[in-house]
Design a protein around this ligand. Structure first.
Ligand code: ADP
Length: 397
């Protein structure tokens, strides 16, 4: 960055100096030429007078060096003095002679021919000065950014080194604090979610260990411990999956995945859960390929279909339709009221905590679904009505 700014400043300074030098040279040259023209006019007038008074012979001695003179009289007499300068750039002046003839003086117009060497030296000197000045200025420009970075590192209090940087600093601070809030909230939620089953497990295990459980209680206690530890395991797996997705993991070795076949596989795996509640799952549609990670896409479909079963009514129905670039999972379940619809993709957000827990939910399923969909360029849309059902569609571009 420092080098880039130095180079930019250097080029700008050198270009500005060259333009200023060229403009200055042109102005000075114009002035010098104007003066030379006035001088030649005066010389022509003076030489005309001398011609009138002393005759053409006087011109030889009076004509200044570098001036070419020619005269012509009405009787045809003419003459010249000196050498005609090259035609590159000349100044001319005329004087009327008393006898009716004219006298013309020609001189070489001043130019920069002899000054090119000096101009080159000036340009080089300006370039050297510009290089030094650019290096200093670039360091001065970059310094506030370094200060900004340092102040972020040290104590988190960011102070804007330039007033112009204040909006950026405010933005950084607010996104930083909202990120911190989110992280804190997530940690608090995880701790709470893990603590609840652990307390239950520890309580039942303690009763068995202390001999406080009657022989008949041991089996149901062990079943409780098993259920709670399975829930914990599911939660830990979901948290791990989310943190993998959060770490900005990109799709490694993406491959074409047949979404219709994958939906059928998921439906098959969930058939036992559906049968328990008399729910029918139907998968229909046409073949559709998404290039991506099959395991993650499977998890996305599984979460959507599992929710459609868990939040369904007894003997309900789940329809999975795979169409051109979209997968829709539709159920005839409890539905989601409008005020909750915006939030259900947030981590740990549950409309009814006890229903979610009782059916083995972790509150992270839809966060994972959203992450996976976005990772594959998919967009989620939701339609739901209380007590009528829910329809979630993932549109792939
Ligand atoms: P959970 O593990 O609690 O199901 P999710 O992230 O999968 O967590 O879903 C978040 C919440 O959204 C659920 O607790 C539930 O209240 C609601 N929800 C998700 N899917 C459906 C659905 N198909 N029908 C009704 N409510 C649903």
């Amino acid at each position: 960055m420092n080098e880039k700014i130095t180079l930019h400043l250097f080029y700008t300074a050198v270009a500005a100096a060259i333009i200023a030098l060229a403009a200055g040279c042109l102005v000075i040259l114009g002035g010098v030429r104007q003066q030379a023209r006035i001088r030649l006019d005066r010389q022509a007038a003076a030489l005309g007078e001398a011609f009138d008074r002393y005759g053409p012979e006087s011109l030889e001695t009076l004509t200044p060096e570098g001036v070419y003179l020619s005269f012509r009289l009405p009787d045809g007499t003419s003459g010249t003095v000196g050498e005609l300068p090259e035609d590159r750039g000349v100044l001319t002046a005329q004087a009327a002679l008393s006898g009716g003839g004219t006298l013309e003086a020609i001189a070489e117009a001043p130019d920069l021919d002899g000054s090119y060497g000096e101009i080159a030296v000036i340009v080089l000197a300006v370039a050297a000065m510009a290089a030094v000045a650019a290096a200093f200025r670039a360091r001065a420009i970059v310094k506030p950014i370094r200060v900004l970075a340092d102040s972020v590192d040290r104590d988190g209090a960011i102070t804007a080194p330039y007033p112009e940087m204040e909006p950026l600093v405010r933005q950084l601070q607010s996104s930083r604090s909202s990120e911190q809030d989110m992280r804190q909230e997530f940690t608090a939620n995880v701790t709470h979610e893990l603590k609840t089953p652990l307390t239950t497990i520890s309580g039942y295990a303690e009763m068995i260990a202390n001999g406080m459980a009657r022989p008949n209680d041991v089996k149901p206690f062990a079943e409780k411990i098993h259920a709670e530890s399975s829930r914990m395991l599911m939660l830990v797996n979901d948290i791990l999956e989310l943190s993998r997705l959060d770490s900005g993991e990109t799709l490694e070795n993406p491959e074409p995945v047949d979404m219709l076949a994958l939906s059928m596989e998921c439906a098959d795996q969930l058939s036992a859960l559906a049968e328990k509640r008399g729910i029918q799952i139907h998968v229909s549609g046409s073949a559709m390929t998404v290039v991506g990670d099959e395991r993650k896409l499977w998890e996305m479909l599984y979460n959507l279909m599992e929710n459609a079963i868990r939040y369904n009514r007894e003997n309900g129905r789940v329809d999975v339709v795979v169409s051109d670039r979209a997968v829709t999972v539709k159920d005839t379940g409890i539905g989601i009221s409008p005020e909750h619809q915006k939030r259900i993709f947030e981590r740990f957000y549950r409309v009814d905590k006890s229903h979610s827990r009782a059916t083995g939910g972790t509150g992270l399923g839809l966060s994972i679904v959203k992450h996976v969909a976005e990772m594959h360029g998919g967009k989620i849309s939701l339609k739901s009505a209380l007590n009528a059902g829910t329809e979630i569609t993932v549109n792939f571009t």
